[in-house]
Each structure stands twice: as structure tokens, then as C-alpha cells.
Write a protein that binds this ligand. Structure first.
Ligand code: G1P
Length: 290
């Protein structure tokens, strides 16, 4: 069985939910404390044994390139001023990855974006990331699903149990227990169901190990409002008995939603080594005034 050493991260969307902020900054680069969201994904890749990453972007999102190829004048300045240590955490991740950026010409959905990475993948299995789904975990989320893939050779979806009133925002998984295993067989995923029609409260949270079988499914998709969705292809794989799923050990943060993103900033600030204590005092004082 081929090892998972590659990841594809989808960062090409318009970010309309965050307009007007996304007119100038892609949402994947919004900072959490002092690092862009995308950087947390790249760190998770390194910590999960991934060595090669493909960012599916769009030509207009110049700052995605700037993260990968930093401003040469700035680097020169830091070198002459002996301040390269300011980028230690950056290079500790970037030096361990080979990153390729490919451009999605037309924003026609996640399936169209994934298709742009097919040549680069060259037949290898990979971890697929949605740019705005952050998972905080002791064992990195990508490693959790790679561990399941290593046992079965099938594609894997990561899940989190959500509240009944929230399931309509997610893909809801149809699951079967497998005796003696801590992962499930997933026979379908129902995208954004009505609460009363959801098959379970286990929601897909934007991380998958996918084998090359996914590309056969991409060819057979129907467009929904002119867009093609990876989840439809994943559902086809599931219906063919080719998907497993596992419940995440960790916390999911939906950074594609304004309120959830604001909460995520607070949580990361509270956990920050540099600012945590001060920030806690500030929040406590603020709470007294509410
Ligand atoms: C996507 C997927 C959905 C998943 C969600 C969270 O939806 O289509 O199945 O539950 O991400 O990862 P989106 O949030 O892009 O609408």
C-alpha cells in the first residue's frame, strides 16, 4: 500500500462570507495570534509525516504566494539586522515541505479545484484539506486519518459529533460499526440535511484521506448551481463501500464562519504562551462588565 506523503489544500475560493475583508486578504491567511490559518494546516502536515503539499489557489490571490515565497527585501533586512530568529517558527515548518501552487482558472466548486491537483498527485494517496477547517488536536488530525488508511487502504473521512441544531451546516455521515475497530464504515454522506432528515449527528469536518479512486468519481458528477462538489464524489465512494470514517480526537474550529472564527481567535489567544495570562485577565475584567 502506498504511504500518504502528500496533501492538497483548497485555498482558491472567493471568501464571499468574509467580504469586504477578503477583497484584500484571503480568508486562509487571516491571522490566529501571529500565524495565518493556512500556516496551521502546513504545520499539521509536517507533524503528520506529509512532505509534499499542493495549494490549489487562484491567480488573483497573490498573498498565498507571498506566504510560500517571502518578500526578498524583508529577508535581506532581517539578515543584515541579525533578526532571522523572528522567522524561526516559519522556517521550522516551511523547510520540511515541498510546496507547489496550482491555479484553478474557474471557481466552479471544490471538485473542480481538486481536479487541478490530479497531475501533481501522480497516482498517490493524499490528505485533502478545506482551507477554513481548523482542527486542534494532540495527535494531528491528518495523522489520525492516515493511521486509519494505513490499516485499510481505503479513503477516510474525519467526523465530529455536533448538536442537532447544527447538523444542517454539514455533511451528515451514515455509519456502520466494524467489530473490534475504532473506525467505521461510512456508506453515505448526506450534504447539509434538514435537521429531521439527518442520518446521524456525526458531521464531516473537512479533512479526508483520499485514494486515486476519487478521480473516477469526479468525472461523473452533476453540477449544483454551476458548481461541482468533492462531497458528492465522496458520497459515491461511500456508496461503493470504499470509505471509512473516524471520530476526531480534538476540537474543530470553523474559521469560515465569522462568529466561530472570532471565538477561535479568543481560544488561541487564551492558550498563547506569550499572551495567554494577560489575555485571561483582560477577558475576566471584560466579563465583569457584561
Ligand atoms: C463543506 C463540506 C461539508 C462539511 C463542511 C465542514 O461544506 O461540503 O460536508 O461538513 O465543509 O467541513 P462548506 O462548509 O464548505 O459549506
Amino acid at each position: 500500500m502506498k504511504k500518504v506523503k502528500k496533501a492538497v489544500i483548497l485555498v482558491g475560493g472567493f471568501g464571499t462570507r468574509f467580504l469586504p475583508a477578503t477583497l484584500c486578504t484571503p480568508k486562509e491567511l487571516f491571522p490566529l495570534v501571529d500565524k495565518p490559518i493556512l500556516f496551521y494546516h502546513l504545520k499539521e502536515c509536517v507533524d503528520s509525516g506529509i512532505t509534499h503539499v499542493c495549494l490549489v489557489s487562484s491567480e488573483e490571490k497573490h498573498s498565498i504566494n507571498d506566504l510560500v515565497n517571502p518578500n526578498a527585501k524583508l529577508i535581506q533586512r532581517l539578515k543584515t539586522q541579525n533578526k532571522m530568529a523572528l522567522l524561526d517558527s516559519y522556517y521550522s515548518v516551511m523547510n520540511k515541505l515541498k510546496i507547489k501552487i496550482v491555479y484553478q482558472k474557474e471557481q466552479n466548486g471544490t471538485a473542480g479545484a481538486l481536479a487541478c491537483a490530479q497531475d501533481w498527485l501522480n497516482g498517490d494517496p493524499f490528505v485533502l484539506y478545506y482551507g477554513d477547517d481548523l482542527i486542534e488536536a494532540d495527535v494531528p488530525a491528518a495523522k489520525q486519518i492516515i493511521d486509519v488508511y494505513n490499516q485499510t487502504g481505503k479513503s477516510v473521512c474525519i467526523l465530529q459529533k455536533v448538536k442537532k441544531e447544527d447538523i444542517h451546516k454539514y455533511g451528515s455521515a451514515v455509519l456502520q460499526k466494524i467489530k473490534g475497530k475504532d473506525y467505521y464504515n461510512m456508506s453515505a454522506i448526506v450534504e447539509k440535511p434538514k435537521t429531521e432528515e439527518a442520518p446521524s449527528l456525526y458531521a464531516s469536518i473537512g479533512r479526508y484521506v483520499l485514494t486515486q479512486e476519487i478521480f473516477d468519481e469526479l468525472d461523473n458528477l452533476q453540477a449544483i448551481n454551476g458548481e461541482y462538489y468533492v462531497t458528492a464524489a465522496i458520497n459515491n465512494l461511500a456508496e461503493r463501500g470504499r470509505m471509512n470514517a473516524t471520530v476526531v480526537c480534538g476540537t474543530y474550529h470553523d474559521c469560515g464562519n465569522k462568529l466561530e472564527f472570532a471565538k477561535t481567535i479568543t481560544e488561541y489567544m487564551l492558550k498563547s504562551e506569550e499572551f495567554g495570562q494577560e489575555y485571561r485577565k483582560y477577558i475576566k475584567n471584560l466579563a465583569k462588565k457584561l
